[in-house]
Design a protein around this ligand. Structure first.
Ligand SMILES: Nc1ncnc2c1ncn2[C@@H]1O[C@H](COP(=O)(O)OP(=O)(O)OP(=O)(O)O)[C@@H](O)[C@H]1O
Ligand SMILES: [Mg+2]
Length: 363
């Protein structure tokens, strides 16, 4: 059990500013996910918490104690890496026991802890096997088991599922969530996969270029992204973005772009009125672009269908409006066909607006 706090954390590698002014408070027992594109500083942040990387400036606290100078072995943290090499010549039991043996735990205690962890992870039958006789998912569980036996205050996971195939990944995702539920330990989990982040985290931290973009619960980030980057990063297929102009006319506020004009709902219009610039970026998620039976003035967009992506329960339509490509979600019963026209009726309550200048959300 532990609270972890990062305060104005910076890490520079020569000219590269890998992590910049990073503040984060992780309550005890929370499952927090750091997510962002490759190179945004996720691993570096995790390694600083583990004590494997020196801090350029800032502080890290574990349970209100500054640990900046504390060596990794004294931090009571266990880390599972992406390339979690197991010792090939050791059995599963020996692999899991290894860390405790090094720390000179009594034999009986080691046995007890390995047995417990093996039970939790459902690998009790495999303890005498060598790693080469295990499947990818089983090996992954042994790697997690090696961390569990330590009974650490905090678990750090760095993309632990990226070596697994898609189906196994989904399964391990659920298992790690159950594990957290059972162990009630603070977990910091790193991934570049937004689906993994959404499905696993109590709290998600989106990073880009070493900077924190937004912190929040999964659905909070989905429905109230703080900027265009978060809006585009969270959600799959991604939010559609276009530029347009706000027009104040008799009867209300309109969004004008590429040959169509949409009436902005009154409550949104009231909030946008104070925005001094005319041009904005607006974003619409694929599920907020349903098909309309016919053209409705100021409510629909005329598009040209290019490609259909049928997934079974839904169909994604790749469409074009002018030169801009959009993705819309349709029902499996859709009559849409490539090279035919279609009308889409954006759910205007759910349209997000962003500043062209700094891409911040406007509402
Ligand atoms: N030891 C190092 N020396 C120099 N630069 C480094 C070092 N480690 C990381 N970097 C740089 O710091 C930045 C952040 O790297 P980091 O490994 O934290 O990214 P990441 O978010 O984990 O990316 P990925 O998803 O690819 O694992 C990158 O630009 C990287 O090239
Ligand atoms: Mg990394």
């Amino acid at each position: 059990m532990a609270k972890v706090v990062m305060e104005k954390l910076n890490k520079h590698f020569g000219e590269v500013k890998a992590v910049r002014d990073f503040d984060l408070e992780i309550p005890d027992k929370e499952f927090v996910v750091l997510v962002g594109p490759s190179g945004c500083g996720k691993t570096t942040t995790l390694r600083m918490v583990a004590g494997l990387e020196d801090i350029t400036s800032g502080n890290i606290y574990i349970d209100d104690k500054i640990v900046n100078q504390l060596p990794p072995k004294d931090r009571d943290i266990a880390m599972v890496f992406q390339n979690y090499a197991l010792y090939p010549h050791m059995t599963v039991y020996q692999n899991m026991a290894f860390g405790l043996t090094l720390r000179k735990f009594p034999k009986a205690e080691i046995k007890q802890r390995v047995k417990e962890a093996a039970e939790i992870l459902n690998i009790g039958e495999l303890l005498e096997r060598k790693p080469k006789a295990l499947s990818g998912g089983q090996r992954q569980r042994v790697a997690v088991g090696r961390a569990i036996v330590r009974k650490p205050k905090v678990f750090l996971f760095d993309e632990p599922l990226s070596n697994l195939d898609a189906k196994l990944r989904v399964q391990m995702r659920v298992e790690l969530k159950k594990l957290h539920d059972r162990l009630q330990t603070t977990i910091i989990y790193v991934t570049h996969d937004q689906v993994e982040a959404m499905t696993m985290g109590d709290c998600i931290v989106v990073m880009k270029d070493g900077l924190k973009q937004q912190v929040g619960a999964p659905l909070e980030l989905y429905f109230r992204p703080a900027n265009k980057f978060v809006a585009g990063f969270i959600g799959s297929p991604a939010m559609n973005f276009m530029e347009g102009e706000l027009l104040s006319e008799q009867g209300g506020l309109f969004l004008q772009t590429m040959g169509f004009k949409l009436k902005i709902p009154a409550d949104k219009a009231a909030k946008l009125k104070s925005y001094p610039e005319k041009r904005v970026i607006f974003g619409i998620r694929p599920e907020d672009l349903p098909e309309a039976p016919a053209s409705i003035p100021n409510e629909t967009i005329e598009v040209m269908v290019e490609v259909l992506e049928p997934l079974g329960s839904e169909v994604y339509l790749d469409v074009k409006v002018g030169e801009t490509s959009l993705i819309a979600r349709a029902e499996p019963t859709t009559k849409a066909k490539p090279h035919f026209k279609l009308y889409l009726q954006p759910v205007l309550e759910n349209v997000r607006f962003f500043s062209i200048r700094d891409e911040r959300a406007l509402l």
